[in-house]
Design a binder for this molecule. Structure first.
Ligand code: PLP
Length: 361
C-alpha cells in the first residue's frame, strides 16, 4: 500500500527540461541575481501586483532581510507564537524583542484584539503569519498599524496565492515574505522572496540587493564597494528556473487545493478545522483532535502521513515561555495537518476522509 504523503511537490517534464537546460548552461548562480532569478522576480511581481520583488534563498532569509529594512533594535515586534521558529528568530537576529500574542480560535491567525492590547511605547512592527494560507484579518491589523504608526511585515510562507496581493484582496504590508521550500505551494529546492509595497521601494531594492550579497554595491564589471554587512542570501539559477515553471501552474494547483478543501469542509465531521475560503491557498489543512498521538498513530497504520504545525515558539527553551496565550497553548496540543496537496487522487481523498472521521473523535 503506497503511503499518502503529507506534502508532495507537483512536477512534470517542464521542470526536468528546465533543470537540464540550466545544468548545460553552466550558469548556476550569481550574487547579482541576474538570469532566471531576475526573470522570476519580474514574473512574481506581476503575479502579486506589488512595487518590487527581491528573490532570496529561503523564507528565513526573506524574513531576516525584510526586518532589517526598519530599525527594530530594542523595539518590540508583535507576532503569533503558532509559526515556524524562523518568524521569531528574524526579530532576534535584527536586535528586536518578539512579543507573542494569541490567535483567533477559528483561523489560527493572529488576533487583532490581542495585538491592540499588547502595544506599548516600544512597539515598532506587527508580523502576522497567514497560517496554513488563510489570510489574516489585515483590514483590522492595518487599522491598528495606522493608528499607532507601526510597520506591517507579513510572513506569507504558507500563502503563495493568497494574501500577497494589493490587487487581489486589497492588502499588502510594507514587505511580504514568501517561502518556496519544496513543501510549499510554489516549490523550489530552496527559495524565498520579499515583495515590497512602499513609496521608497527603489531604495529598499538597492538596500536588499546589497544585503542579499555580502553588502556588495555599486558594481561595475569587477569593481564594487562594500558599505555595510551583508549575507550570502541570493537565489540560485536552478531554484529560479523551477520557480518560473511552478509559477505558471500556481493558479491551477491552488485551485485543486481549494477543491479538496471544499470536499473536506463538507465531509469531515469535526468541530474544529480550517474554515473554507476562496482566498486561502491551503498550504496546510489543519484539524483538531482530542487524542493527537493516538490519531496520528492510527493514520500512520493506514499509511496516511500527518504533521504537527507547530509547537508554539514561546515554548522552546530559548524563548523562555514568557507569553500568556491560552488559546495557542490549548490548540497546539490538538492541531494536526492532513494531506491536501494537488497530487492526491480521488481514492486518496476518500481514504483520508473515511479515516479522519473514524479516528478523530
Ligand atoms: C510560517 C513560516 N515562516 C517561515 C518559514 C521559513 O521558510 P524557509 O524554510 O523557506 O526558510 C516557514 C517554513 O517552513 C514557515 O512555515
Amino acid at each position: 500500500m503506497k503511503k499518502i504523503k503529507l506534502f508532495d511537490p507537483v512536477i512534470d517534464e517542464n521542470e526536468i527540461k528546465k533543470v537540464v537546460k540550466t545544468i548545460k548552461s553552466k550558469f548556476w548562480a550569481s550574487g547579482s541575481g541576474s538570469g532566471n532569478v531576475l526573470k522570476f522576480e519580474n514574473q512574481f511581481k506581476k503575479y502579486v501586483g506589488s512595487d518590487d520583488c527581491i528573490a532570496v534563498n529561503s523564507g528565513t532569509s526573506a524574513l531576516n532581510l525584510a526586518l532589517s529594512l526598519i530599525d527594530i533594535k530594542n523595539k518590540e515586534v508583535i507576532l503569533p507564537s503558532l509559526s515556524f521558529v524562523s518568524t521569531a528568530h528574524a526579530i532576534l537576529i535584527n536586535g528586536g524583542i518578539p512579543v507573542f500574542v494569541d490567535v483567533e480560535p477559528q483561523t489560527m491567525c493572529i488576533n487583532p484584539n490581542e495585538i491592540q492590547k499588547s502595544i506599548t511605547a516600544k512597539t515598532i512592527a506587527i508580523l502576522p503569519v497567514h497560517f496554513g494560507g488563510f489570510p489574516c484579518n489585515l483590514k483590522d491589523i492595518q487599522g491598528i498599524a495606522k493608528k499607532h504608526k507601526l510597520t506591517i511585515i507579513e510572513d506569507a510562507a504558507h500563502a503563495t496565492g493568497t494574501t500577497y496581493s494589493k490587487k487581489k484582496i486589497g492588502s499588502h504590508g510594507t514587505a511580504v515574505c514568501f517561502s518556496f521550500h519544496p513543501v510549499k505551494n510554489l516549490a523550489m529546492p530552496t527559495g524565498g522572496l520579499i515583495s515590497i509595497n512602499h513609496k521608497n521601494h527603489k531604495q529598499f531594492r538597492k538596500t536588499l540587493l546589497a544585503r542579499r550579497w555580502c553588502g556588495i554595491t555599486d558594481r561595475v564589471d569587477s569593481e564594487y564597494d562594500v558599505k555595510e554587512l551583508g549575507w550570502n542570501y541570493y537565489m540560485n539559477e536552478f531554484s529560479a528556473t523551477i520557480g518560473l515553471t511552478q509559477l505558471k501552474k500556481l493558479n491551477s494547483t491552488n485551485k485543486i487545493r481549494k477543491k479538496i478543501a471544499k470536499i473536506y469542509d463538507k465531509e469531515l465531521c469535526l468541530e474544529r478545522k480550517i474554515p473554507y475560503s476562496q482566498n486561502c491557498s491551503y498550504h496546510i489543512y489543519w484539524i483538531q483532535v482530542n487524542n493527537r498521538t493516538k490519531f496520528r498513530k492510527k493514520m500512520e497504520e493506514m499509511n496516511i502521513e500527518t504533521g504537527i504545525h507547530y509547537r508554539p515558539i514561546h515554548t522552546f527553551t530559548m524563548y523562555k515561555n514568557t507569553a500568556k496565550i491560552p488559546i495557542t497553548e490549548k490548540i497546539s496540543k490538538k492541531i494536526v495537518s492532513i494531506p491536501i496537496h494537488p497530487n492526491l487522487t480521488e481514492n486518496n481523498i476518500d481514504k483520508i476522509i473515511v479515516n479522519v472521521n473514524r479516528f478523530a473523535n
